[in-house]
Design a protein around this ligand. Structure first.
Ligand SMILES: *Cc1c(COP(=O)(O)O)cnc(C)c1O
Length: 464
């Protein structure tokens, strides 16, 4: 399998290089040169298989032989071994045709563990094989940081630097990052928003000298392999509910568009995904875009669902590339204009394609609290604020009444105890994994939103 950039100007890469590269050299994102497909027979064959086995079958075409199938299976089996539920990604029914897909059974209790536990091990494998090392820099709006840190801590060939927006992540989220006591882990509290953190990471990647000197690498969802690994839970849920013979819809609370782009990829692989329903909080650039065909940036507003407090959805570029017939120069032109004007309007044909599959619904904080309260009253399930936004979007969607909808439960409710308490009047019980971080010592560096200062901090601490 080979990978091309969404902006058409970067070298075509194989799996190993795409794993290490993150952002492409032309500023674009890597996508497969062709979408691999599984046949109906192959999809039917996934029925009753373990999660690791399903993930292996889905990933084999993307890995393209770089790692043997048995080694890949073993790596994925290890990645999911420590998860807190035997099904890894269990489905739980909350309505006549509505299911939750619980993606919070990994070490940091949010969906990002599902990709990162595999990606950390894949990094280890490729770096050991090549005798190389990397510096991972990442921006986090809350959950990526801890998931990346858990995936990379104490790995000999990796130093990891995570930027988070100061005072804009929850206490639990911050502590999950800052209490990790490993020499290769560094947390930076940036004076700014998540978008500032993300821009800073992009600026470091665009600083060719710095990038090469420290062998920068990314585990943000701009990294293709993360997107690929996530396809597995869409595949597993679809098969559990009757794929390839029964069509299905997914509702996904969305920030950076990384999670839901994996659903798009699953559809391109042949899984019968009929509809993708986006949920956004008040930072609703995507839902406004779906309604108006105009993408326009607005200031980021802090909400009860901080992992979605994002205005620029990086991974949307991958969908744009597809909707524009894979014309990289058009993508580059549109995004250049977007940077300058903070807005762009998408032509009708491309827009029609996107609307044929995607719809979006917005929910503010008051609505989020209301949904958490109602779902608890109706089903006894506690859902986190991000999940609530997806659930509300699913409920507003007007699909065939017979079609199953799966809402992704992207975080454990205990990670957002304040919101839960507001909704139901009590705090969820902390799982053991979380209780430990609440008392531990924190270690992080506050920094201004200044590229030079952050680069100097990193240069100082990278181990050689
Ligand atoms: C990261 C995150 C999201 C948003 O996912 P994207 O891939 O950025 O769209 C939603 N919910 C939770 C709990 C998250 O951590």
């Amino acid at each position: 399998m080979r990978y091309v950039s969404t902006r058409g100007q970067a070298p075509v890469l194989g799996f190993e290089d795409v794993l290490l590269a993150g952002l492409a050299r032309d500023g674009g994102l890597y996508v497969p040169e062709v979408w691999p497909a599984l046949s109906a027979v192959e999809i039917r064959g996934l029925s009753g298989k373990s999660y690791a086995e399903t993930a292996t079958k889905v990933l084999v075409p993307y890995v393209g032989g770089a790692l043997g199938d048995d080694d890949l299976r073993q790596l994925l089996t290890e990645a999911y071994r420590g998860f807190g539920h035997a099904a890894v990604a269990p489905l739980k029914q909350i309505g006549p045709r509505h299911w939750l897909l619980e993606l919070f059974h990994g070490p940091t209790l949010a969906f990002k563990d599902y990709a990162l536990q595999a990606v950390g091990r894949l990094f280890d494998w490729v770096l050991a094989k090549r005798g190389e090392r990397v510096t991972i820099v990442g921006a986090t709006s809350g959950d990526t940081g801890s998931a990346a840190i858990e995936a990379c801590r104490d790995r000999a060939a990796i130093d990891i630097f995570i930027l988070f927006p100061k005072d804009r992540v929850s206490e639990v989220q911050r502590r999950q990052m800052t209490t990790v006591d490993s020499a290769n882990v560094h947390c930076i509290a940036l004076d700014g928003t998540f978008d500032d953190c993300q821009d800073m990471v992009k600026a470091m990647f665009n600083d060719q000298g710095f990038r090469d000197r420290h062998r920068l690498s990314a585990v943000n969802s701009i990294n293709w392999v993360r997107i690929a690994v996530q396809i597995a839970y869409y595949a597993a849920a679809a098969v559990a509910l009757g794929a390839p013979d029964r069509r299905i819809a997914f509702a996904v609370p969305t920030g950076n568009f990384g999670n839901v782009f994996s659903a798009y990829a699953a559809r391109r692989m042949g899984f019968p995904i009929e509809r993708l329903i986006l949920g956004s909080n008040s930072n609703d650039i995507l839902t406004r875009f779906l309604a108006s065909a105009e993408m326009s940036m607005a200031p980021v507003e802090p909400t009860l669902s901080p992992s979605m407090d994002i205005q620029v959805s990086s991974n949307f570029e991958r969908l744009l590339f597809e909707a524009l017939g894979r014309d990289g120069s058009r993508v580059a032109e549109i995004l250049r204009r977007f940077r300058e004007d903070r807005r762009f309007r998408l032509e009708a044909a491309a827009m029609g394609q996107i609307r044929g599959l995607f719809e979006g619904h917005r929910l503010d904080d008051a609505g989020t609290v209301e949904v958490i309260r109602r779902v608890y009253r109706e089903t006894g399930e506690l859902i986190d604020p991000h999940t609530a936004i997806g659930v509300a979007a699913a409920e507003r969607s007007r699909l065939d009444p017979g079609m199953p909808i799966v809402s992704l439960a992207t975080a454990h409710p205990a990670k957002f105890a304040d919101a839960i308490e507001r909704a139901v009047g009590f705090r969820p019980k902390l799982p053991e994994r979380l209780a430990a971080v609440m008392g531990a010592k924190e270690r992080f560096q506050g920094m201004p939103n200044d590229l030079e200062a952050v680069e100097a901090f990193i240069a100082d601490r990278v181990r050689s």
